[in-house]
Design a protein around this ligand. Structure first.
Ligand SMILES: [Zn+2]
Length: 425
């Protein structure tokens, strides 16, 4: 049920819809493609300008000192704060402004933001510029309805989520721009569908295995030790021994799709011996490298995840003394999940029920997003992902967002903000 002020805010969202759509189109028309991280400063400036217009105090934070923050491709984040009657509680909305390259297969210009049949098309519409527009206009609808929030609101648009978020949310957290000392609730506006709430994500462990053998003439391979053969044996063991074990481990996290409720492993790449496109000489490969992508569960300890892999390699080493193995950690992301009974989750659920009329399933994501940084670096306990857009369209050709979903999620965000922060006339 909505109270009269909430109802008037919902009506404001409808009135503001055209303005929100136009703003979203302008965001999409800036091709913030990552890699390499193009046009971030322009996009941050556009968002900053809108936030100033809507009465926020705005700061631009460039990730100075990080190698990816170059003169050609500066990593510029923007963060706005609107003070309520009191500093706390503070609700922080975050969206990433980078988009993945358009790729092939588009039937429309990926950066024209064309509207057709109630849908806005473009790279990054769903993932996740629609989310940025929705949260900014949700708070604006409250302001234009003349309601005053008791708590405060922050909005950040950050870079590089698609490549790990180190110059984005991680940087803001490390520099103290977002922290549990100032923020109580975080809503990341990633596209998890407008009627679902995402509580967290599985963990990630990327590692490289470097296998060294002994070179010999290819006509007498028995005189050498092939690193490629060794890697093949490792991959075979992963397939035969590790995968069934991982498949049997199930998490209590509500990961969607359900098949991703098990631990998984994938070989990202293998490179061994001579480059394929060069003239060949008969040699036994003395080097082979492979990169693995292991996704782990809340119930698995990272040390055990890594230890299990080392054990597998040690077993191979014991069988074949001619080969040497090295394991290098490339990326470690721990699983995170906000408790379903947390106030943020409960209030967000009630807001979706009241404004959209649906009971939102609580889900978790198979892949990671910036929640890890809010949880681990900023140490903020209450964080969810909620935003418009259809998850399965992310990174696809002809990516689009339904205008109806944009408007509905904007309403749910507005109601949630009023209930979390409290408001009066
Ligand atoms: Zn995203």
């Amino acid at each position: 049920m909505l109270n009269p002020i909430e109802t008037s805010v919902i009506n404001r969202v409808d009135e503001l819809a055209d303005e929100m759509i136009e703003f979203l189109q302008r965001l999409v028309r800036i091709p913030t493609i990552n890699p390499p991280g193009a046009n971030y400063a322009d996009c941050a400036a556009l968002i900053g300008e809108k936030l100033k217009e809507f009465d926020y105090e705005v700061r631009f934070v460039e990730a100075e000192g990080l190698p990816e923050c170059s003169r050609e491709f500066p990593r510029v984040n923007v963060i706005g704060r609107m003070e309520g009657r009191s500093a706390r509680p503070t609700l922080h909305f975050n969206g990433h402004l980078d988009v993945v390259p358009p790729g092939k297969g588009w039937t429309v210009d990926p950066f024209a933001a064309v509207i057709r049949d109630g849908k806005i098309y473009g790279r990054g519409v769903t993932d996740q510029k629609a989310g940025i527009a929705a949260s900014i206009f949700a708070i604006e609808a409250i302001r234009r309805a003349g309601a005053k929030l008791n708590g405060s609101v922050e909005q950040s648009a950050t870079v590089d989520e698609e490549s790990g978020g180190f110059a984005g949310v991680a940087y803001l957290a490390q520099q103290g721009y977002v922290s549990r000392n100032s923020v109580d609730y975080v809503v990341i506006t990633e596209p998890l569908d407008f009627d679902r709430i995402c509580l967290g994500h599985r963990g990630v462990y990327w590692f490289e295995v470097v296998m060294r053998g002994r070179i010999a003439h290819g006509s007498m391979p028995f005189l050498g030790a092939s690193a490629i053969d060794g890697m093949a044996r490792l991959v075979e063991r992963v397939e035969r021994e590790l995968k069934p074990k991982l498949n049997g481990r199930r998490t209590r996290m509500p990961v969607e799709p359900e098949a991703a409720r098990s631990a998984t492993i994938n070989v990202n790449s293998i490179l061994g011996g001579q480059p394929v496109d060069t003239p060949q000489t008969p040699c036994v490969a003395d080097l082979c490298r492979a990169i693995f992508d292991r996704r782990f569960l809340l119930e698995e300890k990272f040390e055990e995840v890594r230890g299990e892999m080392i054990e597998l390699i040690e077993a191979l080493r014991a069988e074949d003394g001619d080969l040497s193995y090295e394991l290098k950690d490339l990326m470690i992301v721990h699983p995170v999940m906000t408790a379903p009974e947390a106030e943020l989750v409960q209030t967000m659920s009630q807001a979706i029920i009241a404004s959209i009329g649906r009971h939102p399933p609580l889900i978790a994501s198979p892949g990671t997003y910036d929640q890890k940084h809010f949880a681990r670096l900023a140490e903020i306990e209450q964080c969810v992902a909620y935003g418009p857009g259809i998850l399965n369209l992310a990174h696809q050709p002809d990516e689009y967002c339904e205008i109806e979903h944009l408007v509905l999620s904007c309403k749910a965000m507005a109601i949630a903000a009023m209930r979390l922060l409290g408001q009066g006339a």
